[in-house]
Design a protein around this ligand. Structure first.
Ligand code: ZN
Length: 602
């Protein structure tokens, strides 16, 4: 399939709402003006926030409004440069603009940084008076949540030392990991020809219909990781220990505490989510037994997990994709569909695959005074249609939350995937209801089930693995690759049960997951988001139309409150362990439906 076959050629975005071109004088003017305003801000406010009697609410309200306005002005050029670069990474001018705007952005941020430090340093009582004042109402969550790091901050000279040394410490090891993995080439024989593939091309082979190819790809990945085991194991040990040192210096009670704080979520809620997911996980083994039968295999091995049930045949053109997504959105809420339609009508979406364009997909919220921009690489596969539904979900969320301003429009990580996954559900549900061909319907269901497993059970297992990894490093000292492999197999065996057999190779597959390196304990947020959306979708099915305005309010609230507060408002209590069952139920129902469909086919 090519871009021409699906009529997506020429579907590119128009960045004029940010700047006319890289040479637009307005871009330099914004940077110069933001720098001047930042210097004036520092001259006016430095030393006036953390004062003995506390600052007046008026003073802080004025300061935060100005700070937000400067920050937005300073961000605009860097955001434009980032989008320009994503659309075509090749012209050196694009890379240079990214670097220039980042450097100028850092300069401006450094001038402004004192404000947050003084605010966090202020004693609790005077801070409370400001936070609870009517004058600062608009910035309440911003002001309150900045202070959650207060118990964990060190003195200014200590913070500076840690910041400086991190570049040759933990950040250097993270970068070594990235550079090592992106330089690895994996040998695979395809159609009698030996090929050297990079990691993403190799992993794509795990979705191939030909079993010998999947098997060869799995083997080759293992060999590549094993050959670099000395460096990879060393990086893991170092970073896990570095995390422990940080936790000790900053008085975090356990390895997950800093992540929970960043996510604005309490540890008991996360543990309830993890236990519910683990206890409900037997549905995975159940499903993989069905998949084994559908593929006609004696055993389903780890390299068979992503095998297609049937080969994909017809592509979906760009226009039919647009109509499908918009009408599925419209059935739920005309307002949502109207907003999503703007992205097509006003060229806020870049969809054609092009040389030099970044892979993958995203929705960039940009700044509240403009609007989001969406990037996808559309080739007409069923997966691509879901990606469009996903990114437009993000886009609608970001668009609706703009009123809260630059500091409070973005949601916490745990809520960030709500609208995107919900958007996918709307399109999936529409297809499920209208698809007449039982084989196509079964393929659709299996795809959704496997995606859901990957974001719920697999991510929770990875989080459990990380917990055991950090605990083992603290108790046993430096860990060998085989010990890490043992912990990895244990955590994964629990997901697949007797549904999937794990090869000896699989014991190495912890070693290429970037989340463990870059953002420890990140993975549970995926499980949180997916189960939350499945539960919200159940509510919608049950309550019908009355659910819609509450859902739109939830999106429009953006990051103006903590996730638990926002969810309570819509009638969701994530603190209740039973809540997560609501999200698990539809997963079981989908597996049952797949079983019935499969039975009707034979
Ligand atoms: Zn997303």
């Amino acid at each position: 399939m090519t871009a021409n076959d699906v009529n997506v050629t020429g579907v590119s975005w128009d960045l004029n709402d940010l700047y006319a071109s890289p040479n637009d004088p307005a871009l330099r003017r914004d940077l110069d003006s933001a720098a001047e305003r930042a210097a004036a801000f520092a001259a006016k406010y430095r030393g006036t926030v953390n004062v003995p009697a506390g600052p007046s609410p008026d003073w802080i309200a004025g300061a935060v409004a100005e700070l937000e306005s400067i920050s937005e002005q300073a961000a605009r050029p860097a955001i434009y440069a980032g989008l320009l670069h994503a659309a075509d990474v090749r012209p050196p001018a694009h890379g240079a603009l990214v670097a220039m705007t980042q450097e100028r952005g850092s300069e401006i941020r450094n001038l402004l940084l004192f404000f947050e430090l003084e605010w966090i340093g202020l004693a609790d009582e005077p801070a409370r008076q400001v936070i609870e004042s009517e004058t600062c109402r608009r910035y309440r969550h911003f002001l309150a949540s900045a202070r959650r790091y207060r118990p964990h901050l060190l003195s200014e000279p200590e913070e500076k030392l840690l910041e400086d040394k991190a570049n040759t410490g933990s950040r250097a090891f993270s970068r070594l990991f990235d550079e090592l993995l992106s330089s690895l080439l994996f040998e695979v024989e395809i159609d009698g020809e030996k090929q050297s593939l990079n990691e993403s091309a190799l992993l794509a082979l795990l979705y191939d219909g030909r079993r010998h190819l999947r098997q060869a790809a799995a083997r080759s990945l293992t060999q590549g990781l094993e050959a670099n085991s000395l460096v990879l194991t060393f990086i893991f040990n170092t970073l896990v220990q570095d995390h422990a040192v940080d936790d000790r210096l900053r008085s975090y009670p356990d390895p997950m505490a800093s992540r929970h704080l960043a996510n604005e979520i309490d540890p008991a809620t996360v543990e309830a989510l993890m236990i519910a997911s683990e206890e409900g996980g037997d549905v995975a083994a159940d499903y993989y037994k069905l998949k084994r039968r559908l593929l006609g295999l004696d055993e389903l091995w780890d390299y068979d997990r992503y095998a297609p049930i049937f080969p994909e045949t017809a592509a979906t053109g760009w226009q039919p994709c647009r109509e499908l997504v918009l009408s599925a959105y419209h059935d739920f809420s005309p307002r949502m569909s109207e907003i999503a339609a703007l992205f097509f009508e006003r060229r806020w979406i870049d969809a054609e695959p092009r040389d030099g364009k970044r892979g993958g997909a995203f929705s960039a919220s940009t700044i509240p005074s403009v609007h989001p921009y969406v990037l996808v690489n559309y080739t007409g596969r069923a997966r691509d249609v879901m990606t469009v539904a996903h990114e437009l979900g993000h886009a609608v969320h970001q668009y609706l939350a703009r009123d809260h301003g630059y500091f409070q429009c973005d949601t916490a990580l745990t809520m960030a995937e709500t609208a995107s996954v919900f958007g996918e559900m709307l399109v999936f549900d529409r297809l499920r209801r209208t698809e007449r061909d039982p084989r196509a319907k079964l393929a659709l269901l299996c795809g959704k089930i496997e995606d859901t497993f990957a974001t719920v059970f697999r991510q929770i297992a990875m989080t459990r693995f990380e917990q055991h990894l950090h605990a083992a490093r603290r108790q046993e000292g430096e860990l060998s690759a085989s010990r890490v492999g043992e912990l990895w197999l244990q955590a994964n065996a629990r997901v697949y049960g007797d549904g999937v057999r794990l090869t000896e190779d699989y014991r190495w597959w912890w070693a290429y997951i970037p989340h463990f390196i870059h953002s420890p304990f990140y993975c549970y947020a995926y499980g949180f988001g997916e189960l939350l959306v499945l539960a919200l979708y159940e509510m919608y099915q049950r309550e019908g139309r009355s659910f819609v305005p509450r859902y739109l309010d939830l999106l429009a609230a953006g990051g103006s409150e903590a996730p638990t507060t926002l969810l309570q408002r819509i009638g969701v209590d994530v603190m209740q362990p039973s809540f997560w069952q609501l999200g698990l139920r539809p997963i079981r129902a989908m597996v049952e439906e797949a079983k019935e469909l499969a039975a009707s086919l034979t």
